[in-house]
Write a new protein. Structure first.
Length: 376
């Protein structure tokens, strides 16, 4: 029987009983009953009404209220335990049973949703814990509220020892103000900052970390907490320091090299001046083209400098010595130096010639390789 029919039946029974009592009293009055009988009938009516009321209340409590209280108690029990696997049990086939079925269906859907959310949370936690980067969260006061495995392994503490600790507790105090300024500069439209800082481990070792910090706000724009992701950059910092030291050494070496080059150039200039004053010499390229001469060459050749510079030294040697001289040039160019005799002609006096001991030496002037041909 449905709940509606049960309630209707209780109300109908109560109404029928009161109607019967009313009809009895009315019949007594119409028949002209005595005063005592009327009082008796009135007492009977009151008693009958009380009985029907009590019966109605008992039926209503048994069929409706007690079952509603059981449903309410089971719901509160599920709420307090947080166990969505529990179900509400109620016998019968009325609307209250249908209501319990609807509640159980809702609980089943909530259970599935909770399992799905729990699985997603476990996946998320597994991803967080498997990260090699350091991940942490801290509140507005800087107290750590969450850390992943990589974080506490790096700092060589247990997780419970770090939760509640200030996130800058491993950072030297000299770096605190800079990080605090960066955190103060965060706004909703730019909630992310990045910075690098030193950390001191429990054994005193100093390392470097890079952090990216994001502020988390609620829907009203109120700051809730910060989430930070960091990584160890000690090797990079060490490489940067080594590179800085290397650059400094290279700069010092460049200065010394520049001084040595200037000194060498000065000595070379002195040597060149000495040769051009004292020696009978030519400067030629690998093909024998004359690039420079000394004053004694001018005196011997009786030609101007412009007439000699640019010509080939072979032009002032007998024709039969040309191939020999070219061979000696090639040998000198690769570092083989030998002394031999050569006849040097005088263009102004064709009959005049003189035999010289000739020596070829390879040298570099202003970055250009040349041969010094000395005659004696």
């Amino acid at each position: 029987m449905s709940l509606r029919k049960k309630i209707f039946l209780i109300v109908a029974m109560t109404f029928s009983g009161l109607t019967m009592v009313f009809l009895m009293i009315s019949s007594q009055v119409l028949m002209g009953g005595s005063h005592d009988i009327t009082v008796y009938n009135l007492i009977f009516v009151l008693f009958a009404s009380l009985v029907f009321t009590v019966v109605s209340v008992v039926l209503l409590e048994k069929l409706v209220l007690r079952r509603l209280l059981k449903i309410s108690h089971d719901i509160r029990s599920i709420e307090s335990d947080g166990n969505l696997t529990k179900r509400i049990q109620l016998d019968g086939r009325d609307e209250l049973v249908n209501l319990t079925h609807d509640i159980n269906n809702m609980l089943e859907k909530l259970e599935h949703s909770e399992m799905r959310i729990r699985n997603e949370a476990e996946k998320y936690r597994a991803v967080i814990e498997d990260q090699t980067e350091f991940i942490c969260r801290f509140d507005q006061n800087g107290a750590l509220t969450f850390i992943n495995d990589a974080y506490y392994r790096f700092f060589r503490y247990k997780r419970r020892e770090l939760i509640g600790r200030h996130f800058l507790s491993f950072v030297p105090e000299d770096d605190h103000s800079h990080i605090d300024e960066l955190l103060s500069s965060i706004k909703m439209d730019s909630p992310v900052i990045s910075y690098e800082n030193r950390v001191i481990l429990p054994d005193g070792e100093e390392l470097w970390q890079h952090w990216t910090c994001r502020a988390i706000y609620d829907e009203c724009g109120k700051l809730i907490e910060y989430q930070a992701v960091g990584r160890d950059i000690s090797e990079r910092k060490q490489a940067e320091n080594e590179l800085i030291n290397l650059n400094r050494k290279l700069e010092e070496a460049n200065v010394q090299l520049g001084a040595a080059y200037a000194n060498m150039k000065n000595n070379l200039d002195k040597l060149r001046k000495h040769l051009f004053k004292e020696e009978f010499a030519f400067l030629v390229d690998r093909k024998g083209q004359i690039c420079g001469i000394t004053e004694r060459v001018l005196e011997y050749m009786k030609l101007s400098r412009s007439q000699i510079i640019g010509s080939n030294l072979n032009e002032y040697l007998p024709e039969e010595d040309h191939e020999i001289f070219i061979g000696k040039l090639h040998e000198a160019w690769i570092g083989i130096t030998k002394q031999y005799n050569v006849k040097l002609l005088q263009p102004q006096e064709e009959s005049e010639s003189q035999i010289f001991d000739i020596r070829l030496a390879r040298l570099t002037l202003e970055g250009k390789r040349m041969l010094l041909v000395t005659l004696r």
